[in-house]
Write a new protein. Structure first.
Length: 303
């Protein structure tokens, strides 16, 4: 199954994690509470007065920023901008080499696609394939989700060369809208498309704290540090269907894009691959059908 979901701005705005938005503007987490209060003058004044005197100047800045941000979101919505999610659900097994064997049935042609992953060399020595049913069990296959999400590419270019402040506002909002889109999309996948958590009833705070079943590791993050994985995921679900293209190094354009995997195992958890040795780099490159030197630039931070 491969699906594309399109959301209007107002449909994903409730899923924005404002903590990261304000962090991008240099404000501490305690100021993100402005997004969760009633917008009347009394509530705003009460929120402001709750801060120590020395913090009220920054709190007032945050209040004004949030006011302008909500106005910008309304404008983007009225102009018809959207955020998009494309995802695929694939039968799969894990094999004993830390690879994922994925069944690709697109266009009626059944084939096996191999995705290579890295294993921690310290601590619990985890690999994402630990949370996928192994092929040695001779049971029915497991399932994995592959996703890409993005805000309309034009958003991050609005006001460029005209208004630096509003340009930066649109850039930071585009990032949050892409993340909000996959937050909403992942919820729909869990409850309906994949349906492994049909009775889930979580608040927005629960979603942002990732209290749902399973994990959603993104490419480039600690458990999936190799950006070249994007080339493999793109071949499987075609990122271009929502306007995302890859650079020669696997970076996504527009910048306000996120890609990764959806794993349903109840005990699945995030981890950092961390440091790897030259032997692991060579083994990983071989499993990907690449040379060690081809893969080295993608894993510099882990070597």
């Amino acid at each position: 199954m491969i699906q594309t979901l399109h959301y209007r701005i107002h449909e994903v705005t409730p899923y924005i994690n404002w903590l990261y938005f304000f962090h991008a503007w240099g404000f501490a987490a305690r100021f993100a509470g402005i997004a969760h209060i009633h917008g009347c003058d009394s509530c705003r004044a009460s929120w402001l007065s709750a801060f120590p005197e020395e913090d009220r100047g920054k709190a007032a800045e945050v209040m004004q920023l949030f006011k302008e941000t909500t106005r910008m979101l309304d404008d983007l919505d009225e102009q018809g901008y959207q955020a998009h999610v494309r995802f695929g659900l694939f039968d799969c097994y894990a094999d004993d080499t830390d690879d994922l064997l994925l069944k690709d049935d697109r266009e009626g042609k059944s084939s096996i696609c191999r995705l290579a992953f890295l294993r921690q060399q310290q601590g619990d020595c985890l690999c994402l394939t630990d949370f996928i049913r192994p092929s040695s069990e001779q049971a029915s296959p497991d399932r994995i989700g592959i996703f890409v999400a993005a805000a309309d590419g034009a958003i991050e270019h609005l006001f460029a060369g005209e208004d630096d402040y509003r340009h930066m506002l649109c850039q930071t909002l585009a990032d949050r809208l892409a993340e909000a889109a996959i937050e909403r999309g992942h919820k729909a996948i869990r409850k309906f498309y994949w349906g492994y958590a049909p009775d889930e009833q979580l608040s927005m705070a629960d979603l942002h704290a990732e209290r749902f079943q399973g994990i959603r590791p993104a490419v480039g993050y600690p458990s999936l540090p190799d950006q070249s994985l994007n080339f493999d995921l793109d071949r499987l679900i075609d990122f271009s269907r929502i306007g995302v293209r890859l650079t020669e190094h696997g970076a996504m354009m527009p910048h306000a894009s996120v890609s990764g995997l959806i794993i349903a195992h109840p005990q699945a958890r995030y981890f950092s691959v961390g440091h790897i040795g030259e032997d692991q780099l060579a083994d990983y490159a071989q499993r990907k059908g690449r040379t060690t030197e081809e893969m080295r630039p993608y894993l510099t931070a882990n070597l």
